[in-house]
Write a protein that binds this ligand. Structure first.
Ligand code: NAI
Length: 213
């Protein structure tokens, strides 16, 4: 099944399905109906059926979904079994927290290098990796060929650095820098992360509930 035939809104829901299915597998649940999965996930059964139909269904009328099989297929689509080499730039408060607390392996990535331009940080360890000076970035990328980068640098530095990283073979950015990168290369993917957006959604929902009561 071609990955590109799945729409982005469905792709955005897949990590959550993957997480729930993995939990079910850990609970030794072998199969589950769309109704039961919907109840656990707070979704509608028709939404789940519609989403899973995008990549072949995997359900049988009156039988439900095979949990392990479905988890594997979704994992394959998401590429969680791949080992995409990643570097992280900007080992400040956020960068260190991301490096230390995000389970990269679980998401199909391996953090192989951390860089920062602050000389005071150089050589110190984060997530079992030494923080390296920016001067070594080019030679590191040529040797180790990371494919993706996490950007945890201030916004004013983001574009210039991203352009350089693309030249060095980076084709995916997990961008925390609060700056919308201008990328013209169609082979490069950017995932912008704004924790504030999630907080604003919470704020909106709370206010709406208050207005309704
Ligand atoms: P910080 O000041 O603690 O860390 C930034 C690090 O980047 C510093 O260690 C600095 O030496 C390094 N740096 C700066 N320019 C660099 C360059 N050109 N090359 C390499 N390293 C460079 O800041 P913090 O709190 O870690 O935040 C980092 C960025 O993340 C900021 O832009 C902040 O606004 C953003 N942020 C984004 C969030 C989100 O939800 N997307 C949440 C929190 C922060």
């Amino acid at each position: 099944m071609a990955k590109q035939s799945i729409s982005i809104p469905v792709i955005r829901r897949l990590p959550r399905y993957y997480r729930f299915l993995r939990e079910l597998e850990q609970e030794d649940v072998q199969r589950i109906s769309s109704k039961e999965l919907a109840r656990r996930m707070g979704l509608s059964a028709s939404q789940i059926r519609q989403d899973f139909n995008c990549f072949g269904g995997f359900g049988q009328q009156g039988y439900g979904y095979r949990v392990q099989e479905l988890r594997k297929v979704i994992g394959e689509i998401l590429g969680v079994d791949e080992q995409t080499g990643m570097i992280l730039i900007g080992a400040g408060n956020l960068g260190k927290a991301v490096a230390a607390h995000v389970d990269f392996k679980k998401c199909g990535c391996v953090l192989i290098g951390i860089f920062d331009d602050n000389p005071l940080l150089q050589g110190t360890m984060t997530a079992n990796l030494p923080i390296m000076p920016m001067e070594t970035l080019t030679s590191f990328c040529r040797q180790r060929r990371p494919q993706a980068a996490v950007l945890c640098i201030p916004k004013h530095a983001a574009q210039q650095l991203a352009d350089k990283l693309i030249e060095l073979g980076i084709n995916g950015f997990w961008n925390f820098s609060h700056y919308d990168l201008r990328i013209t290369n169609p082979e490069v993917t950017v995932e912008n992360v704004h924790l504030g957006d999630s907080l604003m959604t919470l704020s909106y929902c709370m206010h709406r509930k208050k207005e309704e009561t």
